[in-house]
Every structure is written in structure tokens, then in C-alpha cells.
Write a new protein. Structure first.
Length: 251
């Protein structure tokens, strides 16, 4: 599985779902991930099925399709519409998130793509080759000034007692696209310790941040399905090393 294949799949999903952006149409069934599906999710699901049927490919784990057995080694991890509530209502913060791992371990991630469905901005990374946005190399921000942190509501608050006088907190509704913003230096850190993220939500973004020179800490590395079981800290070293729990693993 090569990067070009992931980009092709991402573009196909984007093209398929565009007409449903802002449709505000929730369907009467649950996705494989356990959330109520929307019209935008159903369109993405059908495009993945079509793509999977066209050629030999690794197994797929998708939030909408579940597990699809493949003919080649490795595993493709897909959240076809990360931030689907945003996409459904026409809020312009949603993306396609696709990653490829050589095994059932996050440590073996080798390529990833995050495609902003609204703007078309394309982020991608290959292991050992750096991170890019629209063909230009990106890197995490040199840490300075007031931290800007993507920190969804969670108890206990992981930012409580942090020694900075001011912290700018954000929660945009798409973890994958938030990680992309960390990789290009627009956010200093993304922290979510609730332990309820799916691997398909974060896989592409983890490799992107790591290849952009960021530090990544995670509570587990095994890929075991669509269970909500992951927490993470990813971004500039000065913050991530302070805020990562001691039981988290550095990728």
C-alpha cells in the first residue's frame, strides 16, 4: 500500500460526500462504530465499498463499514468523515482520515492522509519522510507564548494547575483535523485523556504529528477493532512531556 492509493481513496470519498454537506439528514440506523449514521456517512460507506471491490488491497477497518477482509498484508484505517456532525450541518471543519499500518500495531503506521472535506487541503505523511500540506513540508510550532491547545471537555481537567498564566483552549469537533493543525504549527497540542477515541479517529493524525517533528504519547498501541479505548497527547515536546500520564507510551 502506497501513499498515492490513500490519497486516491480520500479524494474519492470527498467527491462522493460533497453533495451531502449541510444536508442535516440523520438516518435510522447505527454505523459500525455505534453512532447514528447520517446521509454523509452513508455516501462515504458506499464509496469505500466500491473502492475495496476494485483491486487487491489490505484489510480495511472503517468507522462506517467495520472490518473488510483483504488479500494483502497490512491494515487500512479509515474514518471517512471525521467530524460528521459538522459536515452534516455544514460547519466547515471535517475531514477524511486514512492511514496504513504494516501490522495491528500503531507502531507500524507507515503512511497517512487527512483531507479537509470543505477546503480541500491535503495533509499527508510517510514514515521517515516528513509531513506535508498541499505539497509543502510542515512542522510543529516552535513553542513560545500562550499555548493554544485542543482539549475536549473531560474530567478531571488535564490542564488544571498548568503553570501558564493563560491557555487558549479549543474543541473543534474533529480530532483528526485537529491533529493536522498541530502538525502545521497552528495548535501547540492536542490532549484527550478520556480514553474513548477510536483508532480510526487518530491513526492518520498520529503519524502526521510525529513526522512533523512533534511528540506523541498514547495509552496503548494494539489495534483491536472499533472500540472507544484510546487517549492521546500529541504536539510540542515542552507541553506533551509535561501533560502525558506516566502510563502513556511514547511513539
Amino acid at each position: 500500500m502506497i501513499l498515492e492509493d490513500l490519497i486516491d481513496l480520500s479524494l474519492r470519498i470527498k467527491d462522493r460526500v460533497t453533495e451531502y454537506l449541510g444536508s442535516d439528514e440523520e438516518l435510522e440506523y447505527l454505523s459500525e462504530g455505534g453512532d447514528y449514521a447520517r446521509a454523509v456517512d452513508e455516501a462515504a460507506k458506499l464509496e469505500i465499498e466500491r473502492w475495496a471491490s476494485e483491486s487487491r488491497r489490505p484489510s480495511i477497518l472503517s468507522e462506517e463499514n467495520g472490518f473488510i477482509e483483504g488479500e494483502c498484508d497490512g491494515l487500512i484505517l479509515i474514518d471517512p468523515v471525521d467530524g460528521s456532525s459538522n459536515a452534516d450541518r455544514g460547519i466547515p471543519f471535517s475531514c477524511v482520515s486514512v492511514a496504513y499500518s504494516l501490522s495491528n500495531s500503531i507502531k507500524d503506521l507507515s503512511a497517512s492522509v487527512i483531507l479537509n472535506i470543505f477546503s480541500g487541503d491535503l495533509y499527508y505523511a510517510e514514515r521517515g519522510k516528513g509531513a506535508y500540506k498541499n505539497g509543502c513540508r510542515v512542522r510543529v510550532r516552535d513553542f513560545r507564548g500562550t499555548p493554544v491547545i485542543y482539549a475536549p471537555c473531560q474530567e478531571p481537567d488535564p490542564l488544571a494547575g498548568l503553570y501558564f498564566k493563560q491557555i487558549a483552549r479549543r474543541d473543534y469537533g474533529s480530532i483528526a483535523l485537529g491533529l493536522a493543525l498541530v502538525s502545521e504549527g497552528k495548535l501547540d497540542l492536542l490532549i484527550d485523556l478520556k480514553g474513548d477515541l477510536r483508532i480510526v479517529d487518530i491513526a492518520a493524525g498520529l503519524l502526521l504529528v510525529k513526522e512533523a517533528g512533534g511528540s506523541v504519547f498514547i495509552n496503548k498501541v494494539e489495534i483491536s477493532g472499533l472500540n472507544r479505548e484510546f487517549g492521546l497527547v500529541a504536539g510540542v515536546e515542552e507541553l506533551s512531556s509535561i501533560l502525558a500520564p506516566k502510563n502513556y507510551l511514547r511513539l
